[in-house]
Design a protein around this ligand. Sequence first.
Ligand SMILES: *Cc1c(COP(=O)(O)O)cnc(C)c1O
Length: 212
Amino acid sequence: MILRKDISNFLKTLNNDVILVAATKYVDADTMKEMLNNGINNFGENRVDSFLRKHEILKHENIIWHFIGHLQRNKAKKIIAKIDYLHSLDSIELAKLINDNRVTPLNCFIEVSINNEENKNGVKVEHLEDFIKQLQPFSNINVVGFMMMSKIGSDEKSLDKQFVKLDILRNEIEIKFNMKIPYLSMGMSDDYLIALKHHATHIRLGRILYEK
Ligand SMILES: *Cc1c(COP(=O)(O)O)cnc(C)c1O
C-alpha cells in the first residue's frame, strides 16, 4: 500500500481543528516518511512489534506517536516510554503498569465499549465512573479523552446514535467529576464524517489514505 496520489486534496476536505491520526498498520516506514512530507505527523499503530520497528527508524522525525490498538500488558512496558498518546486504556492493571513505568504522565484515552458488546475491548459504560475513580491515584495517567470503535456493519442512523452516546457520556462525566475531557477519538475510514458531526476531535483513518 502506498499513499494516495491525491492525498493533498483529501486532506483539504478535513477540518483543521481535527487531528488526523493515520492508522499505519497497512504501511511501512517509507510510506510514513512520505506522509510526513505531506504534513501528516500523527501516527497510530496497533501492534507493539510493528510500532517498535517503525519507531526505531523514525524516532528522530517530528512525529506524535499514538497507540490505537489493544495493548497487552505483557508487551506494554516496551512502548510506554515511547508513545505520546494511548487510545486504548481499558484496565486498571494496565493503568498501574503505565503509572509505574512513566517518568512523565501519559496522555490516555479511555476506550469505552459503547455498545456493551461481549468479548470486545473497552470499559463498559456501566463501569466507566468506577473506572475513572480508580484511576485517580495514578499521577502518571492523564485522561484526555474517550475512544470508541463503532459496531461493524452499522447503518448511518445507528452510527449517529453510537457517536452521540459517547459525546453525551463525556458531558455527563465532565459534570459529575468536575473535570475536563477535551477529546473524543472516534471515526474511521467508513464513518469519520458522521463522527465529526458529533464532536470527534481525533479521527483514526487507515484505508482511505492509501491505495495499492
Ligand atoms: C485500523 C484501525 C483504524 C483505521 O481503520 P480504517 O477502517 O482502515 O480507516 C482505526 N482504529 C483502529 C484501532 C485500527 O486498528
